[in-house]
Structure formats: structure tokens, C-alpha cells
Design a protein around this ligand. Structure first.
Ligand SMILES: Cc1cc2nc3c(=O)[nH]c(=O)nc-3n(C[C@H](O)[C@H](O)[C@H](O)COP(=O)(O)O)c2cc1C
Length: 408
């Protein structure tokens, strides 16, 4: 599936996804939790940070390449793990191929619609994302499968607290596959024939299975079955993570960190990286924007491990702001699924190119030779940026905050 005119921006991808997808499906990919405050603030926070530009020293070809957990990446943008991509026939495999062609890593959600074997075969920099579902024995089975499939690393996502009560209504995901449960939604689908045709051409229906959560005794597991199992599983602890570290000798990334003390605990359990993330505003609503949490986390880990960031990244200049404020790289969630919905593999390739161009243009404007040359001197963070937003704000300010505020 190709888009006729290449995607120009993430907003362009969002608009095309909105036109192409049935309303229920689009809303599932867009909506944040509860009132959507954090979803909006993630994006707004980036717009409040200014960039310091210089003239006359622009590099001829600014370097966008970096490394993350030992992987060489052509740009500091990775694909974030996003579940339920069965809204598009090739889903995570198409995303993995586009990321591989762009020279970057992809992540595969526990709730992905495609098996790890197919995705890792499409991109040798595939990170398997684990939610803590089931027993330690179940987890061991998933680790073993990821290892055998050739996963380049593991992401453990910690920030999920089963939020409900979305003001715009929760997305409908049928509990069983087949035409019958989907029948009430056929009129919506008929209004979006190109989306429907994408499936019918391949003789498929939107995929409700979660093939990476199967076991020998349960060869088929559906989305809601797995979600039910998850709700029955006690919340993951740092002790579980220390155990996990002993079972997985590849790179380990811990995702969903906002508090600097949690970042320290990730260092203590032996993770290689953390992702400062609020799940794109999909978990607890009203938490701080990730970018406001970043400097304190960077300060806390003190370069012992890598710090990545996601939530609210919509353009290359956002990536540059995050890197200048201490992130090694960023992950994109909605940006890549909107592009997938708008244009399949081609759409994802185009959106990664949009990011690459945006990063290079920002580096040129700032007058630095590469992403590795960015630092806090290249951004102006407004006074009070952290005041109402700092999770450790109870009277304390870290040196990172003071360093940032000097530029305000
Ligand atoms: C529809 C949707 C599904 C998601 N599913 C997962 C998931 O299965 N595992 C996970 O770790 N994060 C998941 N996330 C969070 C993303 O990995 C990422 O943190 C978030 O999308 C970043 O924010 P952004 O969408 O503003 O880029 C999901 C996000 C969305 C929007």
C-alpha cells in the first residue's frame, strides 16, 4: 500500500489515518486515558522549549547517527512498542522492515499482532517488550522464545495501572474473532473501503490474537484473554526485575520511568537503559510530561546507563530538544502507527525520513556537527517549566534543574 504524496509531517500522517480508519479504530490509536490531560501536555511541553540557533557555522552534513545499548542506529529515533497493530494487515512486520531500511531499531509489544520470529527476521534490531503477565515460568518461556527468535534486547514496561473511564469512551475490541462480533461495526468499516479492502485483498480480518503470549498448552490467545490474565497477575516489583536480570543476559531496557529514584533502582537492578515515558498519556492521566521529567532522571543515573525518552515526539526538532536535554535517543509511538495506518510500510519509511530531515535541519540551524554535539546550552527551558511538574518537587531541586533553569 503506497500513499500518493509522501507524508510531509506527523500531523499529515495523523490526518490521513483519521480519514482512512473507522472512527473506533482511529480513536483507539489517538486517545489518551481519562481526560487526556497528559496526552495534550506531552506535546505542549515541547512547544514551550526554545532552541538556540547560530549562523555562519552550519555543518555541511550534520551527523544523525548514534548508538543505543550497543546498536548502531542511523538516527536517534526508535520505534516504540505499540500493541494492537492488527488494524493493518502486515502490522509490526511492515513497521520492522521500514525501520530496518531506515537503519533503526523496532520494538515489538507483548500485545503485538505478529509473532516475534517474523518481526526479528525483518529487523535484526528488534527489541521485545515484556509486560508482567502470568507466572515467572510464563515469563521464562517468553524470554526463551525471544532469545531463539534473535531479539536484540528486552524492554520491560512498568507503567501500566489499568486506567479506565476515558471521557471519549474506550475503544471497542471484540472478545472473540470472526464476522459475528464485528458485525455491528461493518457500517463504519464500509465507510472506509480502502481500509477494509487492505484486509480483504489478503483474505484476512483485523487480527485479535496476541501470538507472543501463547504457551504450549494455549496455542491461541486472544487480546482480552491476555488482558484478563494480566489483571490477575500481581504488580511487578523491583525484586522481580532483579530476578529477570539474572535470566536475560542481553541488553535490558526499563520503560515507564518518571521519578529519579526509580531510575536509580533501574541502575541497581543492572538495566542497560531506561525510557522516561508516561506511556504517551495512556496510563495515569495528570502525570507530568516526560520531557519535564527527563533532566532529573539524567542527573540521577549520572551516565551509568543510557536514558531514552518517549511521549509527545511529533517532529525532528522535538528529538533534538530531548537529546539536548540529555536523552540518548527517543521512541515514537503514535507517529509511527498513524503513518502505518496512512500508508503501510511506505508510510512508516516516509515518517522516519521526515524525522531524519527534521533532525538534520535542526542541527544545521543550531550550528552543531551532530546529535552527539548537542547539550543543554542549545535549549532555553522557560522558568517554572519544572515547578508544578517535578515528581521530586517536594522542596528539592536537583543540580540538573538548576543547570537547565540558568538558560530560562
Ligand atoms: C495505542 C497505543 C498502544 C500502546 N501499546 C503499548 C504496549 O503494548 N507496550 C508498551 O510498552 N507501550 C505501549 N504504548 C506506549 C508507547 O510505547 C509509547 O510509550 C507512547 O506511544 C509514546 O507516546 P507518543 O504516542 O506520544 O509517541 C502504546 C501507546 C499507544 C498510543
Amino acid at each position: 500500500m503506497a500513499t500518493h504524496r509522501p507524508l510531509e509531517t506527523v500531523e499529515d500522517a495523523r490526518r490521513r489515518a483519521e480519514r482512512r480508519l473507522p472512527a473506533q479504530v482511529y480513536r483507539a490509536l489517538w486517545a489518551g486515558s481519562q481526560a487526556g490531560v497528559t496526552l495534550a501536555e506531552n506535546v505542549r511541553a515541547f512547544s514551550r522549549i526554545h532552541v538556540v540557533t547560530r549562523v555562519g557555522d552550519a555543518p555541511a552534513e550534520p551527523r544523525t547517527a548514534t548508538t543505543v545499548m550497543g546498536m548502531d542506529l542511523s538516527l536517534p529515533v526508535l520505534i516504540a512498542p505499540v500493541g494492537a497493530q492488527g488494524i493493518q494487515p502486515e502490522a509490526e512486520v511492515a513497521v520492522a522492515r521500514a525501520a530496518a531500511a531506515a537503519g533503526t531499531a523496532t520494538s515489538l509489544s507483548s500485545f503485538a499482532s505478529q509473532p516475534i520470529e517474523a518481526v526479528a527476521a525483518a529487523n535484526d534490531k528488534t527489541l521485545f517488550q515484556l509486560f508482567w503477565i502470568g507466572s515467572r515460568q510464563d515469563i521464562l518461556g517468553r524470554l526463551d522464545r525471544a532469545r531463539r527468535a534473535g531479539a536484540a534486547g528486552l524492554i520491560v514496561t512498568l507503567d501500566w495501572s489499568f486506567p479506565d473511564g476515558r471521557d471519549w469512551g474506550s475503544p471497542y475490541i471484540p472478545a472473540t474473532p470472526g464476522w459475528k462480533p464485528l458485525a455491528p461495526y461493518v457500517p463504519q468499516a464500509l465507510l472506509h473501503p480502502s481500509w477494509l479492502f487492505g484486509f480483504l485483498r489478503q483474505g484476512k480480518l483485523p487480527n485479535l490474537g496476541v501470538p507472543n503470549l501463547t504457551t504450549e498448552s494455549r496455542p491461541q490467545v486472544l487480546f482480552f484473554e491476555a488482558y484478563g490474565d494480566w489483571m490477575q497477575t500481581p504488580p511487578v516489583t523491583w525484586e522481580d526485575l532483579a530476578w529477570l536480570r539474572g535470566q536475560w543476559d542481553g541488553p535490558l531496557m526499563i520503560k515507564g520511568i518518571l521519578h529519579p529514584e526509580d531510575a536509580r533502582r533501574a541502575v541497581d537492578v543492572g538495566a542497560e537503559a531506561v525510557v522516561v515515558s508516561n506511556h504517551g498519556g495512556n496510563d495515569m492521566d495528570g502525570v507530568i510530561p516526560s520531557i519535564a521529567a527527563l533532566p532529573a532522571v539524567v542527573d540521577a543515573v549520572d551516565a551509568e546507563i543510557e536514558v531514552l525518552l518517549d511521549s509527545g515526539i511529533r517532529r525532528g526538532s522535538d528529538v533534538v530538544k530531548a537529546v539536548a536535554m540529555g536523552a540518548r535517543a527517543v521512541m515514537i509511538g503514535r507517529a509511527h502507527v498513524w503513518a502505518l495506518a496512512a500508508g503501510g510500510e511506505t508510510g512508516v519509511a516516509q515518517i522516519l525520513e521526515v524525522f531524519r530531515r527534521g533532525i538534520a535541519q535542526s542541527l544545521t540551524a543550531i550550528g552543531v556537527s551532530g546529535v552527539d554535539a548537542l547539550g543543554p546550552q542549545h535549549v532555553i527551558v522557560p522558568e517554572h517549566f519544572y515547578d508544578a511538574q517535578d515528581p521530586a518537587a517536594a522542596g528539592t531541586r536537583t543540580p540538573a534543574h538548576r543547570r537547565q533553569l540558568r538558560f530560562g
